[in-house]
Design a binder for this molecule. Structure first.
Ligand code: SAM
Length: 243
């Protein structure tokens, strides 16, 4: 199948995204390592380094999936801190919860099934929100950013880790070839599911570039918005504050 993602209506996008993540959940971590050659670990470590996280703080790992960031934050905030892993997809949440429990991450982590567009948390609640490789799957990104701003405390920060626009033409070509040809084949070979990885490639291409996302964050009211290109802009980390 070809998802023809550009032409589908908003509600259809939501069910496509649900299908994709129900389908890949069990092998999500394996595919992540294979597809990125393990580099996603470096991108996530950079995100942690930019988080300014301290003991006792409250973190929302939004679209947290299988919980790589949650596991690290759980250790960093300690026993008086709190980490909420929120994800819209029950399969991803279950895989994440089982994995974190197996590696001994307990106590200060809770799991919430929620849509980023309508977060079920009080105003001014979190010191930090991260959304890693999640925003591009959200149908109404402006609504989601507004919802994140609402639940952040004044002084809190948002980190958006997401695929972005490669900064060099040649890199961009190589990367397109990789994502549109090799990636769906890998999805087919490992998961018997080329379609999900076709969606992935399309969603990456459709996602706003660095400056557009920065602008979108500013429009919703985030301040001092900045971004860092990682791996030549294949991925970018955007940071914004609520004051
Ligand atoms: N953050 C994890 C990581 O970096 O490995 C998981 C990223 S995974 C590519 C994207 C996640 O976004 C999936 O678990 C999916 O269910 C979730 N997601 C998609 N749309 C969402 C929405 N509207 N609200 C919350 N989570 C969503």
């Amino acid at each position: 199948t070809h998802f023809g993602f550009k032409t589908v209506a908003a509600s259809e996008k939501e069910s496509l995204v649900a299908d994709v993540f129900h389908s890949v959940a069990a092998k999500y971590d394996l595919m992540n390592d294979l597809m990125s050659g393990g580099i996603h670990r470096v991108w996530k470590r950079f995100t942690i380094d930019c988080s300014g996280i301290r003991r006792g703080q409250r973190v929302l790992d939004l679209a947290g999936g299988t919980g790589d960031l949650t596991a690290r934050f759980s250790r960093l905030v300690g026993d008086d801190g709190q980490v909420v892993l929120a994800d819209i997809n029950s399969s991803m949440l279950k895989v994440g919860r089982d994995k974190l429990r197996n590696i001994g991450v307990l106590g200060n982590v809770s799991y919430v099934q929620a849509n980023a567009e309508a977060l079920p948390f009080p105003d001014n609640h979190f010191d930090l929100i991260t959304i890693a490789f999640g925003l591009r799957n959200v149908t109404d990104k402006d609504k989601a950013l507004a919802s994140m701003l609402r639940v952040l405390k004044p002084g809190g920060r948002l980190l958006v880790l997401e695929f972005s626009k490669p900064q060099i033409k040649l890199l961009s070509k190589v990367y397109d070839a990789y994502s549109f040809h090799l990636l769906p084949k890998m999805g087919e070979a490992v998961l018997n599911d080329g379609a999900s990885y076709q969606y992935l490639a399309e969603s990456i291409r459709m996602h706003p570039d660095q400056d557009t996302l920065k602008q979108m964050m500013e429009t919703q009211g985030f301040e001092q918005v900045n971004y860092y290109n990682l791996t030549g802009g294949i991925v970018a980390l955007h940071r914004g504050f609520k004051f």
